[in-house]
Design a protein around this ligand. Sequence first.
Ligand code: GDP
Length: 310
Amino acid sequence: MKIAVLCGGVGGAKLADGLSRALPPENLTIIVNTGDDFEHLGLLICPDLDTVCYTLAGIANPETGWGRADESWNALAAIDSLGGPSWFRLGDRDLGTHLERTRCLAQGQTLSQVTSGFCRSWNILPNVIPMSDRAVRTMVSTEAYGELTFQDYFVRRRCEPKVTGFRFSGAEHALPAPGTLEAIEAADAVILSPSNPWVSLDPILALPGIRSAVGRKPVAAVSSIIGGKTVKGPAAKMFQELGFEPSAPAIALHYRDILDGFILDQVDLALGGDIRPLGIQVAAFQTLMNSPADRRRLAEDVLNFIPSIL
Ligand code: GDP
């Protein structure tokens, strides 16, 4: 079975890793959000892309969910001691990624070419594609500060400001990266990973042609909300601030126009009754991925569920 999975950082990376253990690499394309990307210290930082690649390469930091394992912080300490910006945590090994990516881009490679080169170096076999080679920037509208750039909201202000909406600057003109639409077209099904719907998956779906291409395929989503809470990050808080009760059905409703199947956690089994009337098939599995074995088991459960939506 050929699968295209849409992915943000932490939750998406874990399911993508599970899928990479459960499928032959040629049957898996991982399309990654780049709306969180930003320029910092003169470098292009791609947080979700790096989280996905580090996770697939087995070099991610398991404690933080971002950055690399066995990290040291000498460069950041040096920047800080010179009065430079140290609010965005970048370890020494991680900085190497951003330096090399920025060098390759300056030499004329596209982001997707750089990514596929890095994947070869890290021995990542499935196809990992940034959603676009053009810059798309997620902007967060807040009550107190107006519109903030994503990392200003997310890291500097620790997701504290109340959100009123989102805008994906540049999305309307950003063509999907080469191979993205083709991978969706060739897939037997598309999986929406358990990533933040507002700021990880919506930016991908906002690109020209993606939502309609995905909508023509059988689509299954895995809930990023378990028992009314997120495992990590501000998705539940965002639902609440935008006037929705944070729950697994709220995620299904968010994607109802493209969704054929929805996977919620076992603890939310009873909520399936709120989703089935939308014409969406529902299954409940253990969706919390605390270990590589959990990732693979959830990926297999999702793959076994797919035939019911074909
Ligand atoms: P970010 O870009 O780094 O914020 O990462 P994502 O958007 O991919 O991931 C954030 C979402 O992943 C949050 O809504 C979490 O609740 C969800 N998430 C993280 N880990 C898990 C997990 O093990 N299982 C499930 N179901 N969701 C998870």
